[in-house]
Design a protein around this ligand. Sequence first.
Ligand code: NCD
Length: 304
Amino acid sequence: MRSVIDIKDLSTQEIEQIITVAEDIIKNPDKYAHKCSGKKLATLFFEPSTRTRLSFEAAMYELGGNVLSMSDAGSSSASKGESVADTAKVISCYADIIAMRHPKEGAPLVAATNASVPVINAGDGGHNHPTQTLADLLTIHREKGHFDNLTVGLCGDLKFGRTVHSLINALSRYKGINFVLISPEELKIPSYVKNEIKKCGLEYVQTKDLLEYMPKLDILYMTRVQKERFFNEEDYLRLKDSYILTPEKLATAKSDLCIMHPLPRVNEISVAVDKDPRACYFKQVLNGKFMRMALMLKLLGLED
Ligand code: NCD
């Protein structure tokens, strides 16, 4: 059974095929409107989410399939003490594919090992978020037309930001990528992610200073400080507004900079930036739906 728990579960060629299918869905939505008729997606979300869960659900509906949704962990059998393994076995009897979000790192992997249908990790703790990376990659592909030789700034909570960890893994496969890792000391990227960059022979710098590197960036990926992963409120309050992107701060940026954010935004990007043609974060949301459609077709064996 083919599941996607980590972006590493997809080869570069497979990611590029998923992009090709997503582009075709954008051009020819009618061709895909009934592809999943008779199929059911179960969304099991043990952690708050709006866009990711609704994105999966919209994706399945647009493919002509149906959805079984669990969005409130408190009302599920997990609150009675059911294990993730048992939940996965039970839901496999109802659905053809599962999307799972869980606060514990590794929970979707446990689900995949026990399910008899494909499981997609929709975010596990501070670890991984492969389908957000697919959304990010389609956005970069559509805005830049290529992945090689880009200077990519990742800014904010690089420690707990799971979207950053998955995106770095995917982009590290390409030639000439330069990473600029911008964060406060306490929210620096974990060493295992830095090691992945080094293993690929790519360059990175670590800095606290967004403005110094602004003129060099092709992509600026802003992130929210992940409040829910902090052990104490005081640290969160001290760090939460470390970076706030404003039109003034973009004065030295390239005219074709691509500004991204996985959303939800708190204060990291001032709403005044939304009018800037370089702001791509709402396009990212739409791209996420198309990539989830393409991924589900692949995992259900319904790709042409
Ligand atoms: C991200 C997540 O859940 O990790 N959101 C999302 O899925 N679009 C980012 C975040 O919550 O900050």
